[in-house]
Design a protein around this ligand. Structure first.
Ligand code: COA
Length: 218
């Protein structure tokens, strides 16, 4: 059997997903752009206290790695991973304004067809259903056009907001990874959650969110 990606094509990329209406506004996903630098940097510098505890440890300080000048290298790296079929990196917009990112990474094809998903949402848009809507859009896309079978998300047990997002989306807890990731300066335990395509079928996550009143199709 031959697969589309064997010819170098990356199924499901590039893509624009949504929009979905949630309490915070109209949520849509699109590939990152070079001109996102200012909005991306302004949001992340402002939201250091909201984000830093959950993000991988880095050599540079928060100011340096989230400065406008740090974006071109990140954008270029995301773009080349996407071109190689290793990632599906999305910017989350709310009412057309950058409000976070959701990234599908470490895409493995063949008989695994699996990836991880990670996300952040700006503090001024938090608790309004944005991450849950973005996750539902991404999951349906990954199990649809992108041809994946399994998605995994790892989260620190202390991260109540992210645990709630995964629960609302219907991810299943698989276990605790001890000292799994170097986050905020130390090796942190992470709970592993996953979903396979069978668990999202037949209607998909977006329809489930809409049916439960968490979102409306715009
Ligand atoms: C986690 C995060 C992405 C959630 O984004 P969001 O757009 O606010 O998510 P949603 O609104 O879809 O859902 C959040 C849920 O968590 C709940 N919540 C938020 N903070 C909470 C807290 N401190 N304790 C308990 N529940 C909390 C919200 O009430 C909401 O649940 P509800 O709909 O039942 O009321 C955002 O808080 C964030 O970017 N955090 C920092 C980065 C991060 O943790 N990324 C994930 C790493 S695994």
């Amino acid at each position: 059997m031959s697969h589309a990606w064997e010819g170098g094509r990356h199924p499901g990329w590039p893509a624009r997903l949504g929009p979905l209406r949630v309490a915070a506004g109209l949520v849509a996903l699109r590939p990152p752009k070079l001109f996102d630098a200012t909005a991306w940097s302004r949001t992340r510098l402002r939201d250091q206290a909201h984000l830093e505890a959950w993000e991988p440890t880095a050599v540079e300080g928060w100011q340096e790695r989230n400065a406008p000048l740090a974006w071109p290298a990140q954008w270029s790296s995301l773009k080349s991973m996407a071109r190689r079929g290793q990632a599906l990196p999305f910017v989350i917009t709310v009412d057309g304004v950058l409000a976070g990112q959701i990234t599908v990474g470490n895409v493995v094809r063949g008989s695994l067809r699996s990836a991880w998903v990670g996300y952040w949402v700006a503090a001024d848009r938090a608790r309004g259903g944005v991450a849950t809507a973005a996750l539902a859009l991404v999951v349906d896309h990954c199990f649809g056009d992108a041809g994946l079978h399994r998605l995994e998300a790892t989260v620190r047990p202390e991260n109540q907001a992210s645990l709630r997002v995964l629960a609302k989306a219907g991810f299943r807890e698989e276990g605790l990874f001890l000292r799994y990731l170097d986050v905020a300066g130390a090796w942190r335990d992470h709970l592993c959650f996953a979903m396979t395509a069978e668990e999202a079928a037949p209607e998909g996550l977006v329809r489930r969110l809409v049916a439960r009143g968490y979102a409306r199709t715009a």
